[in-house]
Design a protein around this ligand. Structure first.
Ligand code: ADP
Length: 472
């Protein structure tokens, strides 16, 4: 399987899992929300029925004499009620009337039963057919033939002179009868249906959107991995290419030595020097590659320590003075008195600054100059390496930090450069939470600046003082 297929398959798998998990979570929470909504609606509905029935019950009880004919009493209070087992002629104007707190007579119906559970009277808008004997369950949901549903509340009614005696048994105080208040569930059912449609229509739409966004997101997530993979591949190809040339040249030289006749043995030392040079180049390349890898993997176990940038700049100026002098370049430094310290790995910082300085010397023509300066502001410590060399074109300036990138391959190879120097410098700077930047003008020179977050500034006087305290 090639890398393209592998990445496409990983992206597909990632998108599918993402869609499944997100779809599952959203579906469950959607269903949960709908259930909670329906539950809240249902509770509100029952509370409304109960409060209507309570108002009616409390208003009605004082009007119910124990001795009178219950039907007559009811007809007096509710003239629009139909009497059980008698033909019922509903008067629409009466049905609309507000009676004893029951204002909405189109939504609610009421029924009265005697204390034996036989139907006494009912409001004309009661759904048909309803049983004429009492079902004493407090709450009932009824579904009648035309599929319409009703929710009904049943409560007991006592006559006007009845008093609740604490501890008295129920059979000693028989009830007057029962009141049933029912409410149509048409609005509730319509709302339920609407929610069902929203779910049926919305869920697939939502799942579709999740699928599309999962595909897009998985693409975004795979992008950096793919780029890093491509960079690794490019790096391997470049490394192989870089290793091939010195190896081929080394093998050719060795073959030439082997083919020498006894009379030509005087050439051996020269050829062996070439072998040594190629060997060194190979060794340099391999150690640079290993260093880059270890910097990226961050495998160094050594702890960070305070590193004095002034010392690094001064030591390297001294060390490279001979190289600069050999190519007729004036190397100088501008180092402040105050010690500028950063926390880091000293050997790596030496390597970084030495790469910048060696480049400055390498890419400056004889007679030019290189200046190393150390400075610090509120937050950043800097080491700037400024030269009057050949400069770098603006379009090349971003690329010089890429591995194996050389502005001028031939010249660079001739000077022994591997094209890894600035990549290593940038990797070290990044490991120290800093970076290397470049400003350059062609034929006027370049400035490479290392920016590092700095921790403490100690003046040379401070250092001397602390040294004298330590010395017994
Ligand atoms: P090399 O080992 O070839 O010097 P580097 O990574 O150190 O590789 O540098 C990359 C390229 O950047 C070099 O090939 C060179 O062309 C350019 N470069 C680096 N430093 C300077 C400089 N001070 N002045 C001009 N060009 C430079």
């Amino acid at each position: 399987m090639n890398s393209q297929q592998l990445f496409r398959r990983s992206r597909r798998r990632f998108a599918v899992w993402y869609a499944l998990v997100m779809g599952g979570i959203l579906s469950l929470s959607g269903l949960g929300m709908v259930r909670a909504l329906i539950g809240a609606h249902w509770v509100a509905l029952e509370r409304e029925i109960e409060s209507t029935a309570g108002t009616l019950h409390d208003s009605l009880e004082p009007m119910l004499p124990a001795s009178a004919n219950p039907t007559d009493v009811l007809q007096r209070i509710f003239p629009d009620l139909c009497i059980a087992n008698q033909p019922c002629e509903a008067d629409p104007s009466l049905i609309q009337r507000h009676t004893l707190g029951l204002s909405d007579r189109t939504t609610y119906y009421i029924r009265f039963f005697d204390n034996q559970g036989d139907l006494l009277a009912y409001s004309p808008n009661q759904p048909n057919p309803l049983p004429s004997t009492l079902n004493p369950a407090v709450w009932q949901t009824l579904e009648i033939e035309d599929q319409s549903r009703y929710h009904q509340f049943t409560t007991i009614l006592h006559s006007a002179n009845h008093r609740h005696a604490p501890g008295a048994a129920t059979h000693e105080h028989p009830s007057w009868g029962y009141l049933q208040v029912g409410r149509t569930l048409a609005v509730f059912d319509a709302e339920l249906q609407r929610l069902r449609w929203v779910l049926i229509g919305g869920l697939p739409l939502m799942l579709g959107l999740i699928a599309v966004s999962s595909w897009w997101l998985s693409g975004l997530a795979m992008q950096p991995i793919y780029q890093s993979y491509q960079q690794q591949q490019q790096f391997t190809a470049n490394a192989a290419h870089e290793l091939r040339s010195p190896l081929a040249s080394l093998l050719a030289t060795v073959e030439a030595i082997l083919r020498l006749t006894p009379e030509q043995t005087t050439q051996v030392p020269t050829l062996l020097h070439t072998v040594e040079r190629q060997g060194r180049r190979l060794s340099q390349l391999v150690s640079d590659l290993l260093l880059l890898t270890s910097l990226e993997q961050d495998t160094t176990a050594t702890p960070l320590q305070p590193c004095c940038l002034n010392d690094i700049a001064a030591d390297l100026t001294e060390e490279l003075a001979e190289l600069a002098a050999a190519t007729d370049i004036h190397l100088s430094s501008q180092i402040p008195d105050a010690g500028i310290y950063v926390s880091g790995h000293e050997s790596q910082l030496y390597r970084l600054v030495s790469n910048l300085m060696a480049n400055a010397i390498q890419y400056t023509l004889p007679g030019g100059s290189v200046v190393v300066s150390v400075a610090a502001d509120d937050r950043t410590a800097t080491i700037a390496v400024k030269d009057t060399g050949i400069g770098i074109l603006p379009e090349e300036q971003g690329r010089v930090f890429e591995r194996f990138y050389r502005v001028n391959s031939d010249r660079s190879r001739k000077t022994g450069g591997t094209g890894l120097g600035l990549a290593i410098a940038q990797a070290i700077a990044q490991r120290h939470r800093g970076q290397v930047t470049v400003q350059s003008e062609i034929e006027h020179g370049s400035v490479f600046i290392l920016h590092l977050p700095w921790s403490v500034v100690r003046t040379s006087r401070d250092i001397a003082k602390s040294d004298s305290i330590r010395t017994p």
